[in-house]
Design a protein around this ligand. Structure first.
Ligand code: NDP
Length: 447
């Protein structure tokens, strides 16, 4: 019997009440994958989509820690081990007050498809806590990370589940968690990625997601005989992904015009220089720093409190902050200002309405599961370097990242070409990502 999209989504919503972002992520995939399943009924017979929409397991735990005043604080930690059909669970850890089970299920579901697209043997997972690092001292962050790992360590391992960073979790937090894992297990192994260079990290990992999103954009433009050079790019966020995306746009002769945080956005007419991007990187590394300080530092720039950057005229848009940060009205504004291509650095930053508008207009639109896969791709290489006790050079890894992004682009073209050089990258990414995981599940029988 054919799968019906609306019945399937009713089933998902009923089973996962009040997890709207998870419903949104599943819907976005199901919309393009259901017709493919109906053309290939073997997948329906083994209920592969229903099984893929159910995490292998969801672990939730208490994280208690003492703040600098000696007061005890209690947070909730999670690890969603979504699907390990093609390799150990792999996906970041997010520390942000908005973290809940629904957010991590959406991210773990997306991650399963993304990791499949990289061509590397990695399953999908995601974790985090409703802990807000903003306003906390380094000692508080360290104690929180240690307490978080004191429970998480029993659920992870180099062949089981290999977490990494995400919003609120950078190199420092990875260091605190790795140190605690090592202490608890008396074992030095590649259980986390995004590690420091001194203890098993990989060169290029910090740059990989932002650079990768720009490499993907470049591949889309080349496919239509165009290039980044001379084009204006509007970027949101000012964290790891956004700053490296801006840097690579600059390397390619484009002009990165904006960056933002949850307070507002900065606009640098003519584009940021390398020095200005370095200033943002350094500034935002300080605890509690706000992007608004940029406008006081650099003349000619402006700060727009409480606004997002999508009204600034541009050719290219790179949403690199968080989920649902670009809606249908903002997509319409981008289109009327002449935006020709969107490459998502963040996970699910465009809502369904915005995606619909980009697809209807026929502009190049790359969903995050394809365009931001460079980070996890590089993490996959870090895992193999750790297992083999190997070191790879920066040049070697940069070329490897470019190849991963080109291969993902080409897989999207194979499964998503509409006609000529017109590609539906959403369909392409979903079907290419789905097929590998579904075929592995088919091989395992009903488990
Ligand atoms: P960071 O913590 O380094 O930076 C996050 C940035 O987004 C900050 O500038 C933050 O501002 C901003 N932000 C967070 N919430 C909001 C909001 N509600 N509205 C506006 N801005 C907001 O995170 P990353 O750069 O690592 O991650 C950004 C996105 O990229 C996330 O969606 C993440 O899942 C995705 N991603 C990251 C990867 C990686 O390798 N790091 C890999 C693949 C995807 P503020 O300081 O005000 O909170």
């Amino acid at each position: 019997m054919a799968v019906n999209l609306s019945d399937f989504m009713d089933w998902v919503v009923a089973r996962n009440p009040a997890e709207e972002v998870f419903h949104q992520a599943v819907h976005e995939v199901a919309e393009t994958v259901v017709p493919y399943i109906n053309d290939n009924p073997i997948y329906e017979k083994i209920k592969v989509l229903e099984r893929m929409a159910e995490p292998d397991r969801t672990i939730s735990f208490r994280v208690s820690w003492a703040d600098d005043n000696g007061d005890v604080q209690v947070n909730r930690g999670y690890r969603v081990q979504f699907n390990n059909s093609i390799g150990p669970y792999k996906g970041g850890i997010r520390f942000h007050p908005s973290v809940n089970q629904g957010v991590l299920k959406f991210l773990g579901f997306e991650q399963t498809f993304k990791n499949s697209l990289t061509g590397l043997p990695m399953g999908g997972g995601k974790g985090g806590a409703d802990f807000d690092p903003k306003g906390k001292s380094q000692h508080e962050i360290m104690r929180f990370c240690q307490s978080f790992m004191s429970e998480l360590y029993r659920h992870i391992g180099p062949n089981i589940d290999v977490p990494a960073g995400d919003i609120g979790v950078g190199g420092k937090e990875i260091g605190y968690m790795f140190g605690q894992y090592k202490r608890l297990t008396n074992s030095f192994e590649g259980v986390l990625t995004g590690k420091g260079m001194e203890y098993g990290g990989s060169l290029m990992r910090p740059e990989a997601t932002g650079y990768g999103a720009v490499y993907f954009l470049e591949n889309m433009l080349h496919h239509r005989n165009d290039a980044i050079e001379g084009k204006n790019a509007v970027i949101s966020g000012s964290g790891n992904v956004a700053t490296h995306a801006a840097e690579k746009i600059l390397h390619r002769g484009g002009k990165p015009l904006t960056m933002s945080d949850s307070g507002g956005f900065i606009h640098q007419p003519g584009g940021f220089s390398q020095e200005q991007i370095d200033w943002i990187k350094k500034h935002k590394n300080q605890r509690g720093a706000r992007i608004s300080a940029y406008a006081d530092e650099f003349s000619g720039s402006s700060y727009h409190e409480g606004s997002r950057p999508w009204g600034v005229e541009c050719d290219l848009a790179l949403p690199c902050a968080t989920q649902n940060e670009l809606n249908g009205d903002e997509a319409a504004t981008l289109l009327s200002n002449g935006c020709m291509a969107v490459s998502e650095g963040a996970n699910m930053p465009c809502d369904m309405d915005a995606i619909g508008k980009f697809l209807t207009a026929g502009v190049m639109y790359a969903p995050g599961k394809a365009s931001n896969a460079g980070g996890v791709g590089m993490s996959g290489l870090e895992m193999s370097q750790n297992s083999a006790r190997l070191h790879r050079t920066e040049d070697d890894l940069r070329e490897a990242l470019k190849k991963i992004m080109k291969d993902i682009h080409d897989a999207c073209v194979d499964s998503g070409t509409i006609s000529g050089d017109k590609v539906d990258y959403v369909r392409g990414a979903n079907i290419a990502g789905f097929k590998k995981v579904a075929d592995a599940m088919l091989a395992f029988g009903v488990v």
